[in-house]
Ligand binder design. Structure first.
Ligand code: FES
Length: 170
């Protein structure tokens, strides 16, 4: 990541007005802003790392942890907000024990708010990786976690079966 950012920075003139475009470009490429990345940006622009961090945390578009293996995005564009998107976000946060922009300790899931994803007719909308989940309800969030658990148990059983098959061959 550090090498890639070092290669990206010269494309941006060294003036403070480029701070947000640089942070956006880094996040676009690496999905989050690490402490090292923010220090590099500070050095490039000749400003303090604290200032970069302060600006980045002011805007809720930036995340500071790598996303989970599964990314849950909850739309809070106008249509989804009106249709109860906040409640859906709260449900995901409570189920996962994390807040908007955070990743679970096992790095399996992350949750974040996004703006309109273009399917307002299905509001409130959430995305699970690339799958659109429309007309979300708290009960659908619950159902999703039941499916996750069933899938986790299936994978666990397959793993045990594979390992015992390998031991039988040895
Ligand atoms: S506002 Fe959520 S999809 Fe448009």
């Amino acid at each position: 990541m550090v090498q890639d950012i070092a290669a990206m920075l010269p494309a941006f003139e060294r003036h403070r007005g480029n701070l947000i475009p640089i942070l956006q470009a880094i996040q676009e490429r690496h999905s989050y802003l690490s402490g090292a990345a923010m220090k590099m940006v500070a050095k490039h622009l000749g400003i303090g790392p604290g200032e970069v961090y302060g600006v980045a945390t002011f805007y809720n578009q930036f995340r500071f942890q790598p996303p989970g293996r599964h990314r849950i995005k909850v739309c809070l564009g106008t249509a989804c907000h009106v249709a109860g998107g906040e409640i859906i976000l709260e449900n995901f946060e409570r189920k996962l024990g994390i807040k908007d922009g955070e990743t679970t300790a096992d790095r399996e899931y992350s949750v974040e708010r996004v703006v309109c994803v273009g399917c307002c007719a299905l509001a409130p909308v959430a995305l699970l990786d690339d799958d659109v989940l429309g007309r979300m309800l708290p009960s659908k969030v619950e159902g999703l976690f039941v499916q996750f658990e069933i899938e986790r148990q299936r994978q666990e059983r397959e793993k045990v079966a594979r390992e015992s098959g390998e031991q039988a061959r040895d």
